[in-house]
Design a protein around this ligand. Structure first.
Ligand code: ATP
Ligand code: MG
Length: 632
């Protein structure tokens, strides 16, 4: 991989020259005076003194050339609607919402919590905040009232924007009622709540003096012209709380200029998206992927972006591929969990549509196991690029970078460190660089590149303490993930550093055991956790979902499959890693972003309280787990 490795090296060794060039991809109202100020490690300030605006780069800048091009296509298979907005129309909608927000007292630096389903108005609200210099904090619609209240108290918003409801699998999910509850729980609630009504909650109650009906306010601001507020590059653009998979969510704060540059650069170099083309990212605006690659990234790149409300298998498992065909999607971005859902459906759905426009499918969010990677690559006949990143980083850390060089892909590997990241694998014991094929902590030597979080909202000290103090000897950013690099320089993520179990003195990653379980041809997916064992300290315990469950009602067939799975693990990793038991279930407990709730599974398996489960996708999964454990 000659030329990419050269490119990467230059991004580190000639950091400022490199990022000065990349900065020319965005519009600067006022040029920056310094590329990087790193006088207060580990805080990196990019493009000091430069003034820009994310909304200007996403919309206004394109008006001369693309006013009539579609900017946003909203598709809901939940309510059976589709609507599109050209750049000119999006410009008008965003200015109207910006004017509405100003009328409700929102100004530069004020926080606005957006708690909305996947509707176009959510995108308008995000861009309107950016336009007037307000700091948005989008909270994923799946969070419960108490989680929302905690975020309200941390962000102290002047305004909250919500909708009456969303829809999932044809069932209404009430948002406004939950917002009411969260405001009751919060210590510092906003004065105003703006509500977009879709007609999903006939019993909706407006609170006098606080609640404002979008439909009443909007006509007063039709045709509004609201200029972009120019912000110094290091002003906050938004706060986004991490998923909370491993603990208390952290308020990730992002800047303006560095983020704009990182997105503009990655859209071309990583995603190979071209102006005028269409990108389809199946995530949710409540997650970082939605911020970067549903809303800001594609628009900054002059692309059409698709916002999708619905699931991948309704009305049938071909719905996403139909969207790719109908809208000539060239770049698609999804998550391994969705692909595993599709893997359980009839593969014929993938052959039904013309996918000729599609160049790449990118996947991120959790480990992409090799069998799933192979399956989707073969089904699509397109390169499927696994890439690894975090809410904290805002854009990929490990990825193939086909816009620079089309390197060979390896199944199960998110390829190489992305340019700008001085990525290291460090030994946990002494922070020394690990050898090839040696498992170690994935770390980044600061300064962190543009686009990555600048601090924890309101708490610089927590930023330093949380991310930069893992190693006593070196101030490096810890990802809290294990990784390994092979002799060809390809990286593999082996799971989180807190997902390690200790079996009779052997340290085993639960991810490795999961990979081994997945090697069984009839296993679709699994979760492995460590449970306390009086003899060995800890033992792995597996919960697995069969691809084909025919005949598995019979105890002897279940026993046979369980035994085969154990033998598969023996062959792959040795008997030391063999699970104490393999429980067959039809569903794993996951967050709505597809992350397996290992902490909760482990707690249940050890008979402890599973804690806050508000982000769980389907509570039925927990019931199954409990039943399986009780029957054992
Ligand atoms: P919290 O930090 O609050 O516990 P979280 O880590 O789940 O929540 P995210 O930032 O959404 O929140 O997730 C990032 C994590 O997801 C990574 O640190 C990694 O563990 C996992 N991940 C993301 N992409 C990949 C990938 N391609 N391969 C393996 N793991 C991935
Ligand atoms: Mg994390």
């Amino acid at each position: 991989m000659g030329s990419y490795s050269e490119f990467h090296r230059r991004s580190i060794e000639q950091r400022e020259a490199f990022w000065r060039e990349e900065a020319s991809r965005v519009h600067w109202h006022k040029p920056f005076s310094q590329v990087l100020d790193y006088s207060r490690p580990p805080f990196a300030r990019w493009y000091v003194g430069g003034e820009t605006n994310l909304c200007y780069n996403a919309i206004d800048r394109h008006l001369a050339e693309r006013a009539a091009q579609k900017a946003l296509i909203w598709i809901s298979t939940e309510v059976g609607e589709e609507k599109s907005y050209t750049f000119a129309e999006l410009h008008a909608e965003v200015q109207r919402v910006a004017a509405m927000m100003q009328a409700l007292g929102v100004g530069r630096g004020d926080r606005v919590i957006i708690y909305m389903p996947m509707i176009a108005e959510a995108c308008f609200a995000i861009l309107a905040c950016a336009r007037i210099g307000a700091v948005h904090s989008v909270v994923f619609g799946g969070f419960a009232a108490s989680s929302l209240a905690a975020r309200i108290d941390d962000a102290r918003p002047r305004l909250m924007i919500t909708a009456d409801g969303g829809s999932r699998m044809g069932k209404s999910v009430l948002y406004k009622a939950l917002v009411d509850e969260s405001i009751r729980l919060a210590k510092s609630p906003p004065e105003k709540v703006l509500i977009f009504r879709r007609g999903l909650d006939p019993k909706l109650q407006m609170v006098a003096g606080r609640d404002v009906d979008w439909a009443e306010l909007a006509p007063k601001h039709a045709g509004a012209r609201v200029p972009c507020v120019w912000l110094e590059s290091n002003q906050p653009s938004y706060i986004l709380y991490t998923s909370g998979t491993t603990g208390q969510p952290k308020g990730v704060q992002r800047d303006v200029g560095g983020y704009a540059v990182a997105l503009a650069s990655s859209m071309e170099r990583i995603y190979c998206g071209r102006p005028g083309e269409t990108m389809f990212t199946t995530s949710d605006i409540g997650w970082v992927v939605g911020h970067s690659y549903i809303v800001y990234g594609p628009l900054i790149a002059g692309m059409t972006t698709i916002m999708y409300e619905g699931v991948p298998i309704r009305p049938d498992a071909g719905v996403w591929w139909k969207i790719v065909q109908d809208h000539k999607v060239s770049v698609m971005f999804s998550a391994p969990t969705a692909i595993r859902v599709l893997k359980k459906q009839d593969p014929a759905y993938l052959q039904k549509y013309d996918l000729g426009s599609l160049r790449y499918l990118f996947l991120a969010g959790e480990p992409l196991d090799e069998p799933t990677h192979v399956w989707i690559s073969e089904a699509l006949h397109k390169p499927v690029i696994d890439h690894y990143w975090q809410t904290e980083t805002g854009w990929p850390i490990l990825s193939a970078v086909p816009g620079v060089e089309r390197t060979k892909l390896k199944f199960g590997s998110p390829s190489f460190p992305v340019y700008g990241y001085d990525l290291r694998l460090l030994r946990e014991s002494d922070a020394a660089d690990a050898e090839d094929n040696e498992k170690a902590v994935v770390a980044i030597v600061p300064p962190l590149p543009p686009g990555v979080m600048t601090t924890v909202w309101g708490d610089d000290e927590r930023f330093v303490k949380t991310y930069f103090t893992t190693f006593a000897k070196k101030m490096v950013y810890a990802t809290f993930d294990w990784g390994i690099r092979d002799a060809e320089g390809y990286y593999f993520i082996l799971g989180r550093t807190d997902d390690v179990i200790n079996v009779a003195g052997h340290r085993l990653g639960t991810r490795e055991i999961e990979e081994a379980v997945n090697m069984h041809p009839n296993i679709a997916e699994c979760a492995v956790v460590g449970v306390a064992d009086p003899l060995k300290g800890q033992m792995p315990l597996a919960f697995a979902v069969a691809k084909n469950a025919t005949g598995l009602e019979a105890p002897e067939n279940r026993k046979r499959l369980e035994k085969e799975v154990m033998e598969t693990v023996d062959r792959q990793l040795g008997a030391i890693a063999r699970p104490r038991a393999v429980h067959l279930v039809t569903l794993l407990p996951k967050t709505r972003s597809g992350k397996t709730l290992r902490r909760a599974i482990q707690a249940l398996a050890e008979g402890r309280d599973p804690g806050d489960l508000t982000t769980i996708e389907d509570p039925g999964a927990l019931e199954q787990l409990k039943n399986a454990l009780a029957a054992a």
